[in-house]
Design a protein around this ligand. Structure first.
Ligand SMILES: Nc1ncnc2c1ncn2[C@@H]1O[C@H](COP(=O)(O)OP(=O)(O)OP(=O)(O)O)[C@@H](O)[C@H]1O
Length: 637
């Protein structure tokens, strides 16, 4: 199947070519004469120095200067004559030789031109050469400015263009049908404990689809299930959509083997997903282990992974949650860690993980999976009848990549795309961007309860605007563009609150790669428990992090990619809640930002902050600035 259209060079336009052949010499003559005239005119044009001279000179002096100019003009005339002669010679050369010997014509024309560069005082111009050669009847490959090049349209694979559409992303819980059909009682109890009474639309659609493929167990089978890709908005419940069917299908296993592997881009995200699995696996025999390097050394993780227990025989973890780096460490150095029974490979935040594929973690996983079991061949009758444990890949993201080249690297088998869109047909159309064929329907759908605003301001006003918005709020995430800005802004907010005296309870912290991971975990815990009001973070918090009750997200620096924007603002308005996102834009950033959102079928309202509201904050702000500088200096030491 062809993925891309290739625009080939389709030859010269013959009609145009014929006309060009009939009138080369006249055109050329006219062109050269025009050039010569322009040169003459340029020389005659009075420049500023001449004007100055005229203004400051006496009549005698002027007379002298007039004489000089007249003399110069005479000289120019002789130059003009030479130019005209040269033009005439060129013309004659072309007319005469075009009938006899085209090659020498071009050569002569070119050499005449190069010989006359002094007279014409002209730089080498490849377009002139191009025209000369073309006029003489030669076909020139490339560089033809007359041929309009068709824009190459990207053609998506059929499965991306025709997804299973999960209509309504409102996290609607009003479905009256039996809420947890097909789910074991123990797991239903666990769901209730987690505060889940009914499924969200994405879960209603995906859980049965994944469970259908495990109807006959998770062992050896002749049936190879389709790989599944899911693109659904932030906070729509994707974690339960893959975690629950995995736990349900492994629930009645007898022999413990590693059958599910979940790979995530960051430690914090892995810890969050591990927590969900732990809650779901309560009161079951299933064991879930996290490999990120935060829970101890490699040796400690190894003993957890292969729990030797009383029998002294290794009992591998059923579910492994890992970051790619640590996973590779274990695949290389933990001898007994084997993935040969792996049934589910979940890649969460799949578009981000695709960028990490170059780290070769996927190759290593597949090598371990197919060490002893047969690798599935191409889609043929012979291969279909082979009995083996099928490996099913499940990809999840709020902005799944539509790049066929990147998707190709994941070696997906007959993939199916599930994508969630809003009920409103209008926004479906806007979001699809199908006109350009660049993406699939619903790729950039955002939660229904999310309000987005942009605030246009100068760079100097940004800190004051943040202070104005943030100080009265209870739980806010503020995203800064760099780690340095994260630190500066968090120190400023905290010091302002302390100095002003009006916000004694206010607590602000930074959350970035500046801090060691244990410290980050503690800060995140405090933020979740409400001890911290504002977390100023870098992009490590942007993806997947789920903190309940975040009412506002502020983007202090404009994001350069629409994906970054979608993930950042998606930290609020989760699980059907409402939320507000503000993006601060410098005047020069507005155009690019609007364009970026337009490309994703979005447009957002502008919000104005009154000048007088900022002025109120200014006196304390000015007082605080030197203190902030001092504090930052001391922190560097
Ligand atoms: N059926 C449900 N009922 C109530 N709450 C739910 C349900 N499903 C999920 N949630 C809650 O919704 C929140 C968001 O879920 P989750 O983190 O899975 O979203 P997500 O789609 O993975 O978002 P992101 O794209 O940002 O990673 C979580 O706090 C989760 O506990």
């Amino acid at each position: 199947m062809a993925l891309f259209t290739i625009n080939r060079y389709t030859g010269d336009k013959s009609a145009v070519e014929d006309n060009n052949l009939k009138r080369p010499s006249f055109e050329l003559l006219k062109e050269l004469q025009t050039k010569a005239k322009r040169k003459k005119w340029d020389k005659k044009k009075p420049n500023k120095d001449v004007e100055k001279l005229i203004n400051n000179s006496t009549t005698d002096e002027l007379q002298k200067q007039e004489n000089t100019i007249a003399e110069e003009e005479n000289n120019n005339k002789s130059v003009d004559k030479t130019v005209n002669d040269e033009v005439a010679i060129k013309h004659e050369n072309l007319v005469e030789v075009s009938e006899n010997d085209k090659t020498s014509c071009v050569q002569r024309a070119l050499s005449t031109k190069s010989n006359n560069t002094d007279i014409l005082n002209d730089d080498y111009n490849p377009i002139d050469h191009f025209k000369l050669a073309k006029a003489a009847g030669f076909t020139i490959l490339g560089n033809d400015d007359n041929i309009a090049v068709n824009k190459v349209k990207r053609h998506l694979p059929d499965w991306l263009l025709h997804p299973y559409v999960v209509e309504d992303v409102s996290c609607d819980l009003s479905d009256e049908s039996e809420p947890f059909k097909g789910i074991d009682e123990v797991l239903v109890k666990n769901l209730h404990k987690m505060g889940i009474k009914r499924f969200f639309p994405v879960q209603r659609c995906l859980i049965p689809a994944i469970l259908r493929d495990t109807k006959f167990g998770v062992g050896i089978s002749t049936f190879r299930p389709n790989d599944i890709c899911v693109s659904a908005p932030t906070g729509s419940g994707k974690t339960i959509a893959f975690a629950l069917p995995i736990v349900q299908s492994l629930f009645r296993r007898v022999v413990p083997q590693t059958r599910a592997l979940i790979v995530l881009p960051t430690r914090e995200l892995a810890a969050q997903i591990h927590e969900v699995f732990m809650s779901l696996c309560e009161n079951t025999y299933l064991r879930c282990v996290i490999l990120t390097g935060t829970k101890g050394s490699l040796a400690q993780e190894q003993s957890l992974l292969l729990n030797y227990g009383k029998t002294k025989t290794p009992s591998p973890a059923d579910i492994v949650v890992a970051t790619p780096g640590r996973l590779v460490d274990h695949l290389n150095s933990t001898e007994e860690f084997s993935l040969e029974h792996l049934r589910f490979l979940v890649v969460d935040e799949a578009d981000r993980m695709m960028d990490q594929i170059k780290q070769e973690w996927l190759n290593l996983v597949e090598t371990s999976v197919y060490k002893k079991r047969d690798k599935p061949g191409s889609f043929s009758l012979k291969n279909l009848s082979k009995r083996t444990i099928p490996l099913q890949k499940l990809l999840f993201s709020a902005t799944l990549s539509a790049d066929p080249e990147k998707l190709e690297k994941l070696n997906l088998f007959q993939p199916q795309l599930y994508t969630a869109v809003t009920k409103s047909l209008e926004s479906n159309a806007e979001n699809s961007d199908n006109n350009t064929g660049q993406t699939f329907v619903g790729k950039y759908t955002t939660p229904l309860g999310l309000k987005e605003y942009m605030i246009k301001c100068s760079a100097g006003d940004k800190p004051l605007i943040i202070l104005h918005i943030v100080l009265p709020l209870k739980r806010v995430l503020c995203f800064a563009g760099t780690v340095e800005t994260t630190r500066r802004l968090s120190v400023l907010l905290q010091m302002y609150a302390e100095t002003s005296g009006d916000h004694k309870e206010f607590k602000c912290m930074e959350f970035s790669s500046n801090l060691p991971s244990a410290r980050r975990s503690k800060i995140l815990k405090d933020f979740k428990s409400g001890n911290i009001n504002v977390l100023v973070c870098s992009d490590s918090m942007a993806r997947g992090m789920d903190v309940k009750g975040v009412s506002h997200v502020i983007l202090y620096d404009a994001p350069s990619l629409v994906k970054t924007y979608i993930h950042r603002i998606g930290r609020t308005a989760r699980a059907g809640e409402t939320g507000t996102a503000y993006t601060l834009l410098k005047h020069e950033e507005v155009y690019h930002f609007k364009n970026m959102l337009k490309g994703a079928g979005k447009s957002i309202e502008r919000m104005k902050v009154q000048e007088k509201q900022l002025q109120k904050l200014a006196p304390v702000y000015e007082k605080v600035l030197p203190l902030v500088a001092e504090k930052l200096k001391s922190m560097k030491k």
